[in-house]
Design a protein around this ligand. Sequence first.
Ligand SMILES: [Zn+2]
Length: 462
Amino acid sequence: MQLTCYGAAGEVTGSCHHLRCGDHQVLLDCGLFQGTREDESRNARALPFDPAGIDAVILSHAHLDHCGRLPLLVRGGFRGPIHTHAVSIDLVRILLRDAAWLQAADTDRENRRRAQRGKPPLQPLFDEADVDAVMRQMRPLPFEGHDEILPGISVSLSQAGHILGAASVLLDLQEGGVRRRLLYSGDIGPDGTALIPDPDPPAAADLVLMESTYGDRDHRSRGDTLDEIGRVLDAAWDDGGNLLVPAFAIGRTQEILALFAQHFERWKLGRWQIFLDSPMAIEATAVHDRHADQFHAKARAMIGTRRLHELLPNFHETPATAQSIRLNSVRSGAIIIAGSGMCTGGRIPHHLANNLPRPRTDVMIIGYQSHGTLGRRLVEGAERVRIHGHDIRVSARIHTIGGLSAHAGQSELAHWYGAIQGRPPVHLVHGEPRGREGLAARLKADYGVDAGLPGYGNPITL
Ligand SMILES: [Zn+2]
Protein backbone atom coordinates (compact mmCIF):
# COMPACT_ATOMS: atom_id res chain seq x y z
CA MET A 1 0.00 0.00 0.00
CA GLN A 2 1.39 3.32 -1.07
CA LEU A 3 0.39 6.95 -0.72
CA THR A 4 1.75 9.67 -3.02
CA CYS A 5 1.05 13.42 -2.78
CA TYR A 6 0.47 15.12 -6.14
CA GLY A 7 -0.23 18.56 -4.72
CA ALA A 8 -0.37 20.41 -1.39
CA ALA A 9 3.13 19.07 -0.70
CA GLY A 10 4.93 22.07 0.78
CA GLU A 11 2.16 24.40 -0.37
CA VAL A 12 -1.50 25.07 0.48
CA THR A 13 -3.24 24.35 -2.83
CA GLY A 14 -3.60 21.50 -5.31
CA SER A 15 -4.55 18.81 -2.74
CA CYS A 16 -4.40 15.44 -4.50
CA HIS A 17 -3.20 12.29 -2.78
CA HIS A 18 -2.96 9.03 -4.67
CA LEU A 19 -3.48 5.77 -2.78
CA ARG A 20 -2.58 2.39 -4.19
CA CYS A 21 -3.99 -0.61 -2.33
CA GLY A 22 -3.66 -3.97 -4.07
CA ASP A 23 -5.11 -3.56 -7.56
CA HIS A 24 -7.04 -0.45 -6.60
CA GLN A 25 -6.17 3.21 -6.99
CA VAL A 26 -8.05 5.83 -5.00
CA LEU A 27 -7.59 9.61 -4.90
CA LEU A 28 -8.05 11.68 -1.77
CA ASP A 29 -9.14 15.05 -3.22
CA CYS A 30 -8.22 16.41 -6.64
CA GLY A 31 -7.81 20.15 -6.20
CA LEU A 32 -6.60 23.08 -8.26
CA PHE A 33 -3.30 24.85 -7.80
CA GLN A 34 -4.08 28.47 -6.99
CA GLY A 35 -2.03 31.62 -6.53
CA THR A 36 0.27 33.16 -9.10
CA ARG A 37 -0.12 32.67 -12.84
CA GLU A 38 2.82 30.29 -12.68
CA ASP A 39 1.18 28.26 -9.87
CA GLU A 40 -2.03 28.07 -11.87
CA SER A 41 -0.26 27.05 -15.08
CA ARG A 42 0.43 23.71 -13.34
CA ASN A 43 -3.28 22.88 -13.64
CA ALA A 44 -2.92 22.64 -17.42
CA ARG A 45 -0.28 19.90 -17.19
CA ALA A 46 -1.32 16.28 -17.63
CA LEU A 47 -2.22 14.54 -14.37
CA PRO A 48 0.72 12.44 -13.11
CA PHE A 49 -1.32 9.19 -13.28
CA ASP A 50 -3.79 7.70 -15.72
CA PRO A 51 -7.24 9.12 -14.78
CA ALA A 52 -8.94 6.07 -16.34
CA GLY A 53 -7.01 3.85 -13.91
CA ILE A 54 -8.47 5.54 -10.80
CA ASP A 55 -11.27 3.47 -9.20
CA ALA A 56 -12.74 6.08 -6.86
CA VAL A 57 -12.24 9.54 -5.39
CA ILE A 58 -12.94 10.57 -1.82
CA LEU A 59 -13.44 14.30 -1.52
CA SER A 60 -12.87 15.87 1.91
CA HIS A 61 -14.66 19.17 1.26
CA ALA A 62 -15.91 21.69 -1.25
CA HIS A 63 -13.00 24.08 -1.67
CA LEU A 64 -11.53 24.56 -5.12
CA ASP A 65 -8.03 23.64 -3.97
CA HIS A 66 -9.50 20.22 -3.04
CA CYS A 67 -12.06 19.59 -5.81
CA GLY A 68 -11.03 21.86 -8.72
CA ARG A 69 -9.18 19.27 -10.82
CA LEU A 70 -12.07 16.77 -10.73
CA PRO A 71 -13.34 17.99 -14.14
CA LEU A 72 -9.86 17.34 -15.57
CA LEU A 73 -9.90 13.87 -14.03
CA VAL A 74 -13.25 13.10 -15.65
CA ARG A 75 -12.15 14.66 -18.93
CA GLY A 76 -9.12 12.34 -18.78
CA GLY A 77 -11.30 9.23 -18.56
CA PHE A 78 -12.12 8.75 -14.85
CA ARG A 79 -15.54 7.06 -14.63
CA GLY A 80 -15.67 5.95 -10.97
CA PRO A 81 -17.66 7.31 -8.05
CA ILE A 82 -16.70 10.48 -6.13
CA HIS A 83 -17.61 9.91 -2.49
CA THR A 84 -18.24 12.95 -0.32
CA HIS A 85 -20.72 14.42 2.18
CA ALA A 86 -24.12 15.48 0.75
CA VAL A 87 -23.46 19.14 1.68
CA SER A 88 -20.22 19.07 -0.31
CA ILE A 89 -22.08 17.80 -3.38
CA ASP A 90 -24.35 20.88 -3.29
CA LEU A 91 -21.44 23.24 -2.69
CA VAL A 92 -19.15 21.68 -5.32
CA ARG A 93 -21.88 22.14 -7.95
CA ILE A 94 -21.88 25.91 -7.31
CA LEU A 95 -18.12 26.15 -7.14
CA LEU A 96 -17.24 24.17 -10.27
CA ARG A 97 -19.92 25.81 -12.41
CA ASP A 98 -18.55 29.19 -11.40
CA ALA A 99 -14.99 28.03 -12.12
CA ALA A 100 -16.02 26.79 -15.58
CA TRP A 101 -17.78 30.08 -16.29
CA LEU A 102 -14.73 32.10 -15.16
CA GLN A 103 -12.44 30.01 -17.32
CA ALA A 104 -14.63 30.50 -20.36
CA ALA A 105 -14.59 34.27 -19.75
CA ASP A 106 -10.82 34.34 -19.13
CA THR A 107 -10.10 32.23 -22.20
CA ASP A 108 -12.32 34.46 -24.38
CA ARG A 109 -10.48 37.55 -23.19
CA GLU A 110 -7.08 35.93 -23.74
CA ASN A 111 -8.08 34.64 -27.17
CA ARG A 112 -9.12 38.11 -28.35
CA ARG A 113 -5.62 39.30 -27.43
CA ARG A 114 -4.03 36.30 -29.15
CA ALA A 115 -6.09 36.82 -32.31
CA GLN A 116 -4.68 40.36 -32.64
CA ARG A 117 -1.17 38.89 -32.57
CA GLY A 118 -2.08 36.11 -34.99
CA LYS A 119 -1.71 33.39 -32.33
CA PRO A 120 -3.97 30.29 -32.28
CA PRO A 121 -6.78 30.26 -29.68
CA LEU A 122 -6.48 28.49 -26.32
CA GLN A 123 -9.03 26.05 -24.88
CA PRO A 124 -10.40 26.49 -21.34
CA LEU A 125 -9.11 23.95 -18.80
CA PHE A 126 -12.62 22.50 -18.51
CA ASP A 127 -16.18 23.48 -19.33
CA GLU A 128 -19.70 23.08 -18.04
CA ALA A 129 -20.12 19.64 -19.66
CA ASP A 130 -17.11 18.37 -17.68
CA VAL A 131 -18.64 19.78 -14.51
CA ASP A 132 -21.97 18.07 -15.25
CA ALA A 133 -20.08 14.79 -15.70
CA VAL A 134 -18.37 15.27 -12.32
CA MET A 135 -21.74 15.90 -10.66
CA ARG A 136 -23.20 12.68 -12.12
CA GLN A 137 -20.36 10.71 -10.49
CA MET A 138 -20.93 12.16 -6.98
CA ARG A 139 -22.14 9.74 -4.24
CA PRO A 140 -23.18 11.07 -0.81
CA LEU A 141 -21.65 9.63 2.36
CA PRO A 142 -22.92 10.57 5.84
CA PHE A 143 -20.71 11.44 8.81
CA GLU A 144 -19.97 8.41 11.01
CA GLY A 145 -21.14 5.84 8.45
CA HIS A 146 -18.85 3.04 7.34
CA ASP A 147 -18.97 2.14 3.65
CA GLU A 148 -17.01 -0.42 1.69
CA ILE A 149 -16.38 1.57 -1.49
CA LEU A 150 -14.19 -1.11 -3.10
CA PRO A 151 -13.27 -4.66 -2.08
CA GLY A 152 -10.78 -4.20 0.77
CA ILE A 153 -11.32 -0.42 1.08
CA SER A 154 -13.81 1.03 3.60
CA VAL A 155 -14.37 4.72 4.24
CA SER A 156 -15.82 6.67 7.10
CA LEU A 157 -16.15 10.44 7.30
CA SER A 158 -16.00 12.50 10.49
CA GLN A 159 -16.62 16.18 11.20
CA ALA A 160 -13.54 18.28 10.33
CA GLY A 161 -15.12 21.57 11.47
CA HIS A 162 -13.64 23.56 8.55
CA ILE A 163 -16.64 24.47 6.36
CA LEU A 164 -20.12 22.93 6.23
CA GLY A 165 -19.83 19.29 5.15
CA ALA A 166 -16.03 19.21 5.52
CA ALA A 167 -14.77 15.81 6.58
CA SER A 168 -11.74 13.99 7.83
CA VAL A 169 -11.46 10.65 6.03
CA LEU A 170 -10.67 7.34 7.69
CA LEU A 171 -9.76 4.49 5.35
CA ASP A 172 -9.68 0.84 6.41
CA LEU A 173 -7.45 -0.90 3.91
CA GLN A 174 -6.84 -4.56 3.34
CA GLU A 175 -4.32 -6.07 0.95
CA GLY A 176 -3.69 -9.80 1.16
CA GLY A 177 -3.58 -10.47 4.91
CA VAL A 178 -2.37 -6.96 5.77
CA ARG A 179 -4.71 -4.37 7.30
CA ARG A 180 -3.92 -0.69 7.63
CA ARG A 181 -5.88 2.35 8.73
CA LEU A 182 -5.09 5.65 7.08
CA LEU A 183 -6.48 8.89 8.48
CA TYR A 184 -6.55 11.94 6.22
CA SER A 185 -7.38 15.08 8.17
CA GLY A 186 -8.72 17.11 5.23
CA ASP A 187 -8.71 20.76 6.37
CA ILE A 188 -9.26 21.02 10.13
CA GLY A 189 -11.34 23.89 11.47
CA PRO A 190 -10.96 25.83 14.69
CA ASP A 191 -13.15 25.34 17.74
CA GLY A 192 -15.96 27.73 18.58
CA THR A 193 -17.03 29.12 15.19
CA ALA A 194 -20.42 30.75 14.62
CA LEU A 195 -22.01 27.91 12.63
CA ILE A 196 -19.79 24.89 12.08
CA PRO A 197 -19.46 22.15 14.73
CA ASP A 198 -16.03 21.66 16.33
CA PRO A 199 -13.88 18.93 14.72
CA ASP A 200 -14.58 15.40 15.99
CA PRO A 201 -11.74 13.76 17.91
CA PRO A 202 -9.75 11.72 15.37
CA ALA A 203 -9.99 7.94 15.20
CA ALA A 204 -7.08 5.55 15.81
CA ALA A 205 -4.96 4.96 12.70
CA ASP A 206 -1.66 3.47 11.54
CA LEU A 207 -0.70 6.47 9.44
CA VAL A 208 -1.93 10.07 9.45
CA LEU A 209 -1.85 12.55 6.59
CA MET A 210 -2.48 15.92 8.12
CA GLU A 211 -2.89 19.55 7.07
CA SER A 212 -0.55 22.24 8.43
CA THR A 213 -1.82 25.54 6.99
CA TYR A 214 -1.35 27.41 10.29
CA GLY A 215 1.16 24.95 11.72
CA ASP A 216 3.56 27.72 12.75
CA ARG A 217 1.22 29.91 14.82
CA ASP A 218 -1.88 30.21 16.89
CA HIS A 219 -4.70 32.49 15.96
CA ARG A 220 -5.74 35.32 18.21
CA SER A 221 -8.34 34.07 20.72
CA ARG A 222 -11.99 34.10 19.73
CA GLY A 223 -12.85 36.77 22.33
CA ASP A 224 -10.01 39.07 21.20
CA THR A 225 -10.99 38.50 17.57
CA LEU A 226 -14.57 39.60 18.19
CA ASP A 227 -13.30 42.72 20.01
CA GLU A 228 -11.01 43.40 17.06
CA ILE A 229 -13.87 43.17 14.54
CA GLY A 230 -15.83 45.59 16.70
CA ARG A 231 -12.93 48.07 16.65
CA VAL A 232 -12.53 47.76 12.86
CA LEU A 233 -16.26 48.41 12.38
CA ASP A 234 -16.06 51.51 14.63
CA ALA A 235 -12.91 52.78 12.88
CA ALA A 236 -14.47 52.22 9.46
CA TRP A 237 -17.60 54.12 10.51
CA ASP A 238 -15.47 57.00 11.83
CA ASP A 239 -13.45 57.06 8.58
CA GLY A 240 -16.75 57.79 6.86
CA GLY A 241 -16.39 55.63 3.77
CA ASN A 242 -17.27 52.06 2.84
CA LEU A 243 -16.00 48.87 4.39
CA LEU A 244 -15.01 46.13 1.93
CA VAL A 245 -14.91 42.53 3.14
CA PRO A 246 -13.36 40.10 0.65
CA ALA A 247 -14.83 36.74 1.60
CA PHE A 248 -14.79 33.21 0.27
CA ALA A 249 -18.28 32.51 -1.07
CA ILE A 250 -18.40 29.27 0.87
CA GLY A 251 -17.71 29.40 4.57
CA ARG A 252 -16.32 32.83 5.42
CA THR A 253 -19.38 34.63 4.03
CA GLN A 254 -21.86 32.63 6.12
CA GLU A 255 -19.61 32.84 9.18
CA ILE A 256 -19.43 36.64 8.99
CA LEU A 257 -23.22 36.91 8.45
CA ALA A 258 -23.85 34.74 11.52
CA LEU A 259 -21.35 36.81 13.55
CA PHE A 260 -22.99 40.05 12.40
CA ALA A 261 -26.35 38.67 13.56
CA GLN A 262 -24.93 37.53 16.92
CA HIS A 263 -23.25 40.88 17.61
CA PHE A 264 -25.64 43.21 15.81
CA GLU A 265 -26.22 45.56 18.78
CA ARG A 266 -22.71 45.42 20.21
CA TRP A 267 -21.12 46.27 16.83
CA LYS A 268 -23.75 48.96 16.07
CA LEU A 269 -24.44 47.33 12.73
CA GLY A 270 -27.84 49.00 12.43
CA ARG A 271 -26.18 52.20 11.12
CA TRP A 272 -24.71 50.41 8.07
CA GLN A 273 -26.26 48.99 4.93
CA ILE A 274 -24.84 45.51 4.40
CA PHE A 275 -24.51 44.12 0.85
CA LEU A 276 -23.68 40.58 -0.18
CA ASP A 277 -22.43 41.24 -3.71
CA SER A 278 -21.65 37.75 -4.95
CA PRO A 279 -24.03 35.50 -6.88
CA MET A 280 -21.99 32.50 -5.79
CA ALA A 281 -22.04 33.46 -2.10
CA ILE A 282 -25.80 34.07 -2.33
CA GLU A 283 -26.27 30.56 -3.73
CA ALA A 284 -23.89 29.05 -1.17
CA THR A 285 -25.83 30.78 1.62
CA ALA A 286 -29.01 29.12 0.31
CA VAL A 287 -27.24 25.74 0.42
CA HIS A 288 -26.34 26.45 4.06
CA ASP A 289 -30.02 27.16 4.75
CA ARG A 290 -31.01 23.85 3.13
CA HIS A 291 -28.52 22.00 5.36
CA ALA A 292 -29.08 24.04 8.53
CA ASP A 293 -29.43 20.75 10.45
CA GLN A 294 -25.62 20.52 10.08
CA PHE A 295 -24.98 23.72 12.11
CA HIS A 296 -24.02 23.28 15.76
CA ALA A 297 -26.79 23.36 18.38
CA LYS A 298 -26.14 26.95 19.53
CA ALA A 299 -26.35 28.27 15.97
CA ARG A 300 -29.54 26.30 15.32
CA ALA A 301 -31.06 27.82 18.46
CA MET A 302 -30.08 31.39 17.43
CA ILE A 303 -31.36 31.04 13.87
CA GLY A 304 -34.56 29.14 14.68
CA THR A 305 -36.75 28.86 11.61
CA ARG A 306 -35.19 31.87 9.86
CA ARG A 307 -32.83 31.70 6.94
CA LEU A 308 -29.36 33.24 7.13
CA HIS A 309 -30.21 36.25 4.95
CA GLU A 310 -33.17 37.04 7.20
CA LEU A 311 -30.99 37.49 10.28
CA LEU A 312 -30.02 41.10 9.49
CA PRO A 313 -32.71 43.77 8.87
CA ASN A 314 -30.38 45.97 6.77
CA PHE A 315 -29.05 43.17 4.59
CA HIS A 316 -29.24 43.24 0.78
CA GLU A 317 -28.31 40.62 -1.76
CA THR A 318 -27.22 42.04 -5.13
CA PRO A 319 -27.04 39.09 -7.53
CA ALA A 320 -27.56 41.14 -10.73
CA THR A 321 -24.59 42.86 -12.39
CA ALA A 322 -26.57 46.12 -12.63
CA GLN A 323 -27.16 46.06 -8.85
CA SER A 324 -23.45 45.50 -8.28
CA ILE A 325 -22.49 48.40 -10.57
CA ARG A 326 -24.91 50.68 -8.69
CA LEU A 327 -22.79 50.09 -5.56
CA ASN A 328 -20.01 52.10 -7.31
CA SER A 329 -21.95 55.29 -6.58
CA VAL A 330 -22.30 54.49 -2.85
CA ARG A 331 -19.54 56.50 -1.18
CA SER A 332 -20.19 55.80 2.50
CA GLY A 333 -22.03 53.63 4.99
CA ALA A 334 -21.91 50.40 3.01
CA ILE A 335 -20.38 47.12 4.10
CA ILE A 336 -19.74 45.22 0.88
CA ILE A 337 -19.06 41.50 1.25
CA ALA A 338 -17.88 39.98 -2.03
CA GLY A 339 -15.61 37.29 -3.46
CA SER A 340 -13.21 36.01 -4.27
CA GLY A 341 -11.72 35.49 -0.83
CA MET A 342 -8.15 36.24 -1.97
CA CYS A 343 -9.29 39.10 -4.27
CA THR A 344 -8.16 37.22 -7.38
CA GLY A 345 -11.53 37.23 -9.17
CA GLY A 346 -15.23 37.83 -8.73
CA ARG A 347 -16.61 41.29 -7.92
CA ILE A 348 -14.30 42.34 -5.08
CA PRO A 349 -11.50 43.49 -7.45
CA HIS A 350 -13.98 45.99 -8.99
CA HIS A 351 -14.87 47.35 -5.56
CA LEU A 352 -11.20 47.47 -4.55
CA ALA A 353 -10.26 49.35 -7.74
CA ASN A 354 -13.07 51.78 -7.02
CA ASN A 355 -12.51 52.26 -3.27
CA LEU A 356 -8.80 51.65 -2.53
CA PRO A 357 -7.64 55.10 -3.72
CA ARG A 358 -10.00 56.78 -1.20
CA PRO A 359 -8.49 57.31 2.27
CA ARG A 360 -11.96 56.95 3.81
CA THR A 361 -12.19 53.31 2.72
CA ASP A 362 -11.49 50.42 5.07
CA VAL A 363 -10.85 46.82 4.03
CA MET A 364 -11.31 43.95 6.45
CA ILE A 365 -9.46 40.77 5.44
CA ILE A 366 -10.96 37.74 7.21
CA GLY A 367 -9.54 34.70 5.38
CA TYR A 368 -6.27 33.09 4.38
CA GLN A 369 -4.39 34.98 1.63
CA SER A 370 -2.05 32.70 -0.25
CA HIS A 371 1.27 33.74 -1.73
CA GLY A 372 1.03 35.76 -4.95
CA THR A 373 -2.59 36.92 -4.60
CA LEU A 374 -3.89 40.49 -4.56
CA GLY A 375 -5.23 39.87 -1.04
CA ARG A 376 -1.75 38.91 0.17
CA ARG A 377 -0.24 42.07 -1.34
CA LEU A 378 -2.80 44.20 0.49
CA VAL A 379 -2.14 42.38 3.79
CA GLU A 380 1.59 42.97 3.29
CA GLY A 381 0.99 46.70 2.97
CA ALA A 382 1.49 47.29 -0.77
CA GLU A 383 1.15 50.99 -1.62
CA ARG A 384 0.16 50.28 -5.21
CA VAL A 385 -1.50 47.22 -6.71
CA ARG A 386 -2.50 46.16 -10.21
CA ILE A 387 -6.18 45.40 -10.77
CA HIS A 388 -7.53 44.49 -14.22
CA GLY A 389 -4.41 45.95 -15.81
CA HIS A 390 -4.65 49.28 -13.96
CA ASP A 391 -2.22 50.66 -11.44
CA ILE A 392 -4.21 51.46 -8.26
CA ARG A 393 -2.99 53.55 -5.33
CA VAL A 394 -3.83 52.05 -1.91
CA SER A 395 -4.96 54.89 0.33
CA ALA A 396 -7.51 52.75 2.21
CA ARG A 397 -6.82 51.25 5.61
CA ILE A 398 -6.30 47.47 5.48
CA HIS A 399 -7.21 45.44 8.58
CA THR A 400 -6.35 41.76 8.90
CA ILE A 401 -8.50 39.68 11.22
CA GLY A 402 -6.35 36.56 11.67
CA GLY A 403 -8.56 34.87 14.25
CA LEU A 404 -11.50 34.23 11.91
CA SER A 405 -9.71 31.62 9.87
CA ALA A 406 -11.52 28.40 8.87
CA HIS A 407 -8.30 26.60 9.79
CA ALA A 408 -7.20 25.43 13.21
CA GLY A 409 -4.13 27.15 14.67
CA GLN A 410 -0.95 25.36 15.74
CA SER A 411 -2.13 24.35 19.23
CA GLU A 412 -5.46 23.04 17.95
CA LEU A 413 -3.66 21.04 15.24
CA ALA A 414 -1.23 19.61 17.80
CA HIS A 415 -4.09 18.66 20.14
CA TRP A 416 -5.97 17.04 17.26
CA TYR A 417 -2.96 14.85 16.51
CA GLY A 418 -2.30 14.22 20.19
CA ALA A 419 -5.80 12.75 20.61
CA ILE A 420 -4.98 9.90 18.21
CA GLN A 421 -4.37 6.66 20.08
CA GLY A 422 -0.78 5.46 19.94
CA ARG A 423 0.62 8.61 18.20
CA PRO A 424 1.07 6.95 14.80
CA PRO A 425 3.48 8.15 12.09
CA VAL A 426 2.26 11.43 10.63
CA HIS A 427 3.00 13.19 7.34
CA LEU A 428 2.27 16.89 6.94
CA VAL A 429 0.72 18.38 3.83
CA HIS A 430 -1.29 21.51 2.93
CA GLY A 431 1.12 24.01 4.43
CA GLU A 432 3.73 26.42 3.11
CA PRO A 433 7.21 25.40 4.31
CA ARG A 434 7.12 27.49 7.49
CA GLY A 435 3.64 26.16 8.36
CA ARG A 436 4.51 22.53 8.14
CA GLU A 437 7.99 22.90 9.59
CA GLY A 438 6.43 24.80 12.50
CA LEU A 439 3.92 22.04 13.12
CA ALA A 440 6.61 19.36 12.77
CA ALA A 441 8.65 21.11 15.48
CA ARG A 442 5.60 21.38 17.73
CA LEU A 443 4.71 17.67 17.29
CA LYS A 444 8.32 16.74 18.08
CA ALA A 445 8.29 18.90 21.23
CA ASP A 446 4.87 17.76 22.47
CA TYR A 447 4.82 14.10 21.46
CA GLY A 448 8.33 13.15 20.37
CA VAL A 449 7.21 12.22 16.85
CA ASP A 450 9.18 12.95 13.70
CA ALA A 451 6.62 14.13 11.19
CA GLY A 452 7.26 13.37 7.53
CA LEU A 453 7.28 16.28 5.06
CA PRO A 454 6.43 14.50 1.81
CA GLY A 455 7.57 16.05 -1.46
CA TYR A 456 5.55 16.06 -4.68
CA GLY A 457 5.45 12.57 -6.15
CA ASN A 458 7.53 10.88 -3.40
CA PRO A 459 5.65 7.74 -2.33
CA ILE A 460 5.00 6.90 1.34
CA THR A 461 4.70 3.20 2.18
CA LEU A 462 1.90 2.33 4.59
ZN1 LIG B 1 -10.47 24.12 2.66
